[in-house]
Design a protein around this ligand. Structure first.
Ligand code: GMT
Length: 380
């Protein structure tokens, strides 16, 4: 198939999922055309089957704000005709599904290119649910030829908010050879030079991730006498506030901010416990990546996280903000090596059995085939 994929290229889990999906589809022999404002961060190599089409913005004195949605729609339509695309697959509803629908409608006399929208989370739970964006988000869902959601939770949230239920749940995925334990990595010694325990957090440091809770957990763990360090991977609006919080609690020497990293698995592969204290996660991709690296997960019992992390088997779940329980659970894992290893092994098992690329990518391909066939029948 010739597949057009649109993602937010620089920020967030939806961009990672869309990019890695594209890379995997190319490895399976499909032609993938990324249509986006920048080359998505996880797409490091272009090649015979992976192409990139940059959305060019038109500036004109009348445009106080350059219309990205229209520029994207224009590019999508152009690429669809030139590359004979079989479908558009957009990640994150707003504005990508609207741009794709515009592109489809603008060229449908020549070629009908169906639109598949994958919902990732805040496109439904925050942005789309805002009264101002609700009608256009619902329109995007209704007019898409197919809609998928990354968790059962997100499907249910979409039904409740938008009264729209034609949604296939296709969960996020990991490549088991890319995400795995790295027992011999020298990074472990660099991050924990005195043999400290390693807590790792990965996020885009937005308020919804509650990164400051990680500092609280570290402080409580250390007050209990455990020698631990916290590695904060990623960057975003909360980073300065979190750093300040670490200083206030006297944790700055025990916390390392490594910023955005191209290869998250290097950090996860040497971690002892992963922290994800988010207020909301429709899936929690980072928790899945940690589990694939045999790292037990301490997270909140919200959204799609309970679908990914088995409470008491591969991690421990708590109420949002309950840093007392989260630190106590961390201590249980630090003080019982056998349990920590058993949780790690179970996490890897769950990740590979339920969410490996070999299991999930064929579900996307099957969905594409179904939608393309349906669209062909409807336009014949
Ligand atoms: O967080 C967002 O604003 C959107 C999105 C993103 O691009 O980061 O995150 C969502 O998609 C991820 C990939 O499917 C999920 O793993 C995240 O749980 C989800 N974030 C939220 O629901 C807050």
């Amino acid at each position: 198939m010739n597949i057009g994929i649109t993602v937010y290229p620089t920020y967030g889990g939806s961009g990672i999922v869309g990019s890695e999906l594209g890379r995997d589809l190319a490895e399976r022999g499909h032609n993938v055309h990324f249509i986006s404002s920048f080359l998505p961060t996880r797409v490091t190599e272009l090649g015979e089957r992976i192409h990139f089409h940059e959305v060019e913005m038109m500036s004109y004195p009348l445009f106080e704000h350059q219309p990205y949605d229209l520029a994207l729609a224009t590019k999508m339509a152009t690429v669809a005709r030139a590359e004979k695309l079989d479908l558009f697959h957009v990640h994150y509803a707003i504005p990508h599904s609207i741009s794709a629908i515009l592109a489809r409608e603008s060229i449908k006399q020549k070629r009908y290119v169906p639109v598949i929208t994958t919902l990732h989370g805040t496109d439904i739970t925050l942005v789309g649910a805002d009264r101002s964006y609700l009608p256009i988000t619902r329109y995007g869902l209704q007019q898409s030829d197919g809609v998928t959601a990354v968790s059962k939770f997100l499907k249910q949230a979409t039904i409740e908010t938008f009264d729209f239920d034609e949604i296939e749940v296709i969960p996020n995925f990991i490549c088991p050879t890319q995400y795995k334990r790295l027992p011999d990595s020298p990074l472990r010694g660099e991050l924990a030079p005195n043999g400290e325990r390693l807590l790792v957090h990965v996020s885009n440091f937005r308020p919804v991730k509650r990164p400051a809770d990680c500092i609280e957990i570290l402080a409580k763990v250390r007050q209990s006498g455990e020698s631990a360090r916290l590695i904060m991977v990623g960057d975003g609006p909360e980073r300065s506030a979190v750093y300040y919080h670490a200083e206030q609690l006297g944790m700055e020497e025990h916390t390392v901010f490594v910023g955005k990293q191209a290869n998250i698995s290097e950090y996860l592969g040497v971690a002892d416990v992963f922290l994800l204290p988010s207020e909301l996660e429709s899936f929690g991709l980072a928790a899945l990546e940690a589990q694939a690296c045999e790292v037990p997960v301490i997270a909140t019992r919200i959204g799609g996280i309970p679908e990914v992390v088995n409470d008491g088997e591969s991690g421990f779940l708590s109420d949002v903000g309950d840093v007392g329980k989260m630190s106590a659970d961390t201590l249980i894992l630090f003080r019982d090596e056998e349990k920590r290893r058993a949780f790690g092994t179970r996490g890897r098992e769950l990740a590979v059995q339920r969410y490996s690329t070999d299991k999930i990518i064929p579900q996307y391909i099957g969905f594409y085939e179904k939608i393309v066939k349906k669209a062909k029948a409807a336009t014949a």
